[in-house]
Design a binder for this molecule. Structure first.
Ligand code: HEM
Length: 146
């Protein structure tokens, strides 16, 4: 019995090590743009969880600023998918991408205004619109990965 427990302990340690290695690898695999997107995603997750709660508005606004900062930085990079586009169309592809992020930033600005004004229901609807926008733009600009 004691032997079995020892094996179990070894397995747990192995599983934890593998999980940590996998997480580290996926971070290294990310492009600089992907890292900004990941930060936007984390901020949006927290915003989603608390946007309807007026008592959390100060914290929501902090996350909105984090989202804005990362989205603004994201605009300075070129999507990985650009390499899959014909050379003559790459410039337009990048400009369209930048316009896409600019459009997102306009919506984020309206989110900020709504939270500041205590219009939490409007703010929650804006968050949903941001997610719909993400679903619309990702297939256009992001490399499809398995
Ligand atoms: C609510 C807004 C958005 C969120 C939360 C979001 C989140 C993400 C996440 C989590 C990734 C994967 C990052 C990784 O693991 O590498 C990603 C990738 C990407 N997203 Fe977004 N995204 C949003 C909006 C947009 C918009 C509007 C565009 C384009 C106009 C866009 C373009 C891209 C591109 C191009 C990638 C791939 C990274 C690369 O090519 O280097 N995203 N996004």
């Amino acid at each position: 019995m004691r032997l079995r427990f020892r094996h179990l302990g070894t397995l747990v340690v192995l599983a934890l090590t593998l999980t940590r290695t996998a997480a580290a690898q996926s971070d290294e695999d990310k492009t600089p743009l992907g890292m900004r997107m990941t930060a936007m995603n984390a901020a949006l997750r927290q915003i989603t969880a608390q946007v309807a709660d007026p008592s959390k508005n100060a914290s929501t606004l902090e996350q909105v600023v984090i989202f804005q900062t990362n989205a603004t930085e994201a605009m300075t990079f070129k999507p990985e998918k650009m390499a899959q586009v014909a050379e003559g169309e790459q410039e337009k592809f990048v400009t369209d991408f930048q316009e896409g992020i600019k459009g997102l930033l306009v919506t984020v600005d309206s989110l900020k205004v709504a939270v500041e004004a205590g219009r939490n229901e409007d703010a929650a609807n804006i968050v949903e619109a941001m997610k719909a926008y993400q679903r619309e733009k990702h297939p256009v600009f992001r490399v499809r990965k398995p």
